[in-house]
Design a protein around this ligand. Structure first.
Ligand code: ATR
Length: 271
């Protein structure tokens, strides 16, 4: 019989993934032993590799870029949330079925809740309309904001995304990065990869008020370029995405082990 559970994160590139470290911290705080590896897998080898890993006794897999949509399509059963965003970051087996869930959005909402950032009835702006935006919108909709406005450089992508999530109850609008809307958002969430790519991000001039809370899905040891910019606009409450990273990992960990790990981890212990 196996004495410790076995997990891995798969994707490409994968070398810099923080998931092995985070999951080991969860396990050690709970006093259990696990193994958690980072395995480089390319899209063309995805199906055969996942099958092999589960055959070898892996208890759960995290899936990252560029495999999240492939994993969604490959799974036998998907949760309602992953049905909405059509990409997943967590796989496990129940009997002979491959199960799939997307924990990114719930991870973000949990982190916002921990930080006492309200979403209910709030004016939310999402910058970016790529995979990350798509992954978090179902959870944000579920938390009943007043309105979501998607702001993207390529407006057609924002339009497509808004159409996918058209909701009778909650308005979803789109605006261009170069527009000057009178929104006064309560919360601005940056999902663009501009910072990661070391590129400048042109945003609407009047986007922030001093009362706007700003959340950047990116994270780094020093303040992210987006949060630095927000502060220059006078924003007082700003957070990077490390808390979301930890919380989405905790949700995967809980699915696999049925144990709820402690998520209050110091930045220095992870980065
Ligand atoms: P991810 O999965 O990380 O969301 P993605 O699907 O490639 O990555 O999406 C990247 C997002 O960042 C897109 O919304 C992209 O805008 P476009 O749709 O116009 O390409 C946005 N983005 C990336 N670099 C940007 C930049 N320098 N300025 C503005 N938006 C940028």
């Amino acid at each position: 019989m196996k004495d410790s559970k076995k997990f891995a994160v798969i994707g490409s590139p994968i070398k810099h993934s923080l998931s092995p470290k985070i999951h080991q911290i969860f396990a050690s705080k709970l006093g259990i032993e696990i193994s958690y590896q980072a395995l480089p897998i390319e899209p063309e080898e995805f199906e055969a590799s996942v099958e092999k890993l589960f055959d070898e006794g892996y208890d759960g897999l995290n899936v990252t870029l560029p495999l999240k949509e492939l994993a969604y399509r490959y799974a036998d059963k998907q949760t309602q949330e992953s049905e909405m965003c059509k990409s997943v970051n967590t796989l496990w087996k129940e009997g002979s079925s491959i199960m799939a869930d997307s924990t990114d959005g719930r991870g973000l909402l949990k982190d916002l809740d921990d930080k006492r950032v309200d979403v209910l009835d709030k004016e939310i702006v999402i910058l970016g309309a790529g995979g990350s935006a798509k992954a978090i919108i179902p959870s944000i909709l579920k938390a009943s904001p007043k309105r979501i406005t998607i702001c993207n450089r390529t407006l057609s992508k924002a339009e497509m995304l808004a159409k996918e999530y058209v909701s009778l109850k909650i308005p979803i609008e789109i605006i261009a990065m170069t527009s000057e809307p009178d929104l006064r958002p309560d919360l601005v969430i940056n999902t663009t990869s501009a910072g990661v790519l070391n590129q400048g991000l042109e945003i609407p001039n009047n986007l922030f008020t001093t009362d706007t809370c700003v959340y950047d899905l990116s994270y780094s040891r020093i303040e992210t370029p987006f949060l630095q910019m927000a502060k220059k606009f006078g924003v007082k409450r700003s957070y990077d995405g490390l808390g979301m990273l930890v919380n989405q990992a905790a949700l995967s960990f809980a699915i696999w082990t049925k144990l709820v790990p402690e998520t209050d981890i110091a930045k220095d212990d992870i980065l």
